[in-house]
Design a binder for this molecule. Structure first.
Ligand SMILES: Cc1cc2nc3c(=O)[nH]c(=O)nc-3n(C[C@H](O)[C@H](O)[C@H](O)COP(=O)(O)O)c2cc1C
Length: 365
């Protein structure tokens, strides 16, 4: 039961919509959704200034006292009213202040964190039940009635290492037991996230160049190395410091089981030698691009980085993979990041190539 002297404040991270004729109010930071009567919106508005419950009882004295008290308690329960000054309020404030230009659209980022996943060990029949009953949409688009122009046969790739590497890239889910070398880990970091040079500008000082493009050369991406089996490097978690091309050791403990847990409990990734955990510092992009569409830019860039990583790993004869099925909050806690100003987006990894008989079929079933 909330104390009467408690000061409450409405959560900033909320969005309201209608679903099936019912008003829904969602706190997109805590991912709690509350179905309510439209009159509740007045109570929420009242608490945009921090106030005590008795202030509300006075303000809404023409209403039944019990029903007002009940809806306040429900709003507290739904985390739409927060204790002013509490840790929850502080997190809400951090989103409000640091994501200001991209809200409310940017609420999508928070609403889609820590999604529950279909357990990997469910029987295929159970997994199939999670799919729509309708057939899968066609894999390829055809345009009826359009004139067709025949193209030249595909490239002669033999001997051209660029094309060979592109064609050789596959997602690996089984790895040999050995270690990857620190030399290869350095190459992966340098090639994917390292600074190739600096571009002098009049307005923005020097901007870094990397192998992947970045909107406005803002490069919001950061990467953390989870070193499980790297020859010449102690098992541990490291932050890659791109400017100096070096690793900073973090206190987090690492284990193969944790690697799998990070990747939504997919067991195959416990066999990887190293994970490369990609995050973004949103303010770098947001500072220049104040429209929420720039959130797309951050995601697109993470995809560029991952492809560069996978191709580099392939060229080095390693076995790469990538996954977006992540336990965001668990990873962010271990990295010591707040998940608001900097958040995890994507994980890639490598191991040594396993003997033929890949686990692909098993993984996709
Ligand atoms: C954004 C993204 C997320 C992915 N997530 C997973 C995943 O969670 N688990 C997994 O085993 N593979 C994952 N994959 C790999 C795909 O399953 C794989 O790319 C696809 O089966 C095609 O195989 P290929 O990469 O060997 O060409 C992901 C790929 C992408 C691009």
């Amino acid at each position: 039961m909330a104390r009467a002297s408690l000061k409450l404040k409405s959560a900033s991270c909320q969005i309201a919509y209608w679903k099936g004729g019912k008003l829904q109010i969602a706190n997109y930071l805590t991912r709690r959704t509350f179905s309510t009567h439209p009159a509740t919106l007045n109570v929420i508005r009242f608490f945009f200034t921090p106030r005590m419950i008795q202030d509300a009882l006075l303000e809404f004295r023409t209403y039944d006292r019990e029903s007002v008290a009940k809806s306040i308690l429900q709003l507290i329960d739904a985390q739409l009213l927060l204790e002013y000054g509490s840790a929850e309020w502080e997190r809400d404030e951090l989103v409000r202040s640091s994501w200001k230009p991209w809200l409310p659209e940017g609420g999508f980022h928070f609403m889609t964190k820590d999604t529950p996943y279909v357990p990997w060990d469910w029987p295929i029949e159970e997994k199939m039940k999670t799919l729509p009953a309708t057939p899968a949409p066609p894999q390829f688009k055809t345009i009826r009635g359009a004139d067709a122009v025949r193209l030249l046969p595909s490239h002669e790739i033999a001997g051209d290492t660029f094309f060979e590497t592109l064609h050789a890239r596959r997602t690996h889910r089984e790895f040999a037991r050995g270690k990857v070398s620190l030399e290869n880990v350095s190459k992966l970091l340098q090639t994917t996230w390292g600074v190739q040079g600096y571009l002098p500008t009049n307005v923005f000082e020097e901007l870094p160049y990397k192998t992947s493009p970045s909107g406005g050369a803002r490069h919001p991406g950061e990467v953390y190395l989870m070193a499980l089996r790297v020859d010449g490097l102690e098992r541990g978690m490291y932050h890659y410091q791109a400017r100096d091309h070096r690793l900073a050791r973090l206190p987090a403990k690492v284990t193969p089981r944790l690697a799998s847990a990070y990747c939504a409990d997919q067991p195959y990734f416990a066999g990887a030698a190293a994970l490369f955990i990609m995050t973004a510092v949103f303010a770098r992009t947001m500072w220049k691009y104040g429209r929420a569409r720039a959130y797309r830019v951050v995601l697109l860039e993470t995809g560029h980085l991952c492809q560069t990583f996978c191709l580099t790993a392939t060229r080095l004869g390693l076995a790469p993979f990538s996954t977006a099925a992540l336990k965001d909050s668990l990873i962010e806690k271990d990295l010591g990041i707040d998940g608001i100003s900097e958040s995890v987006l994507y994980v890639a990894g490598v191991g040594l190539v396993a003997a033929p008989g890949s686990g692909l079929r098993r993984a996709l079933s």
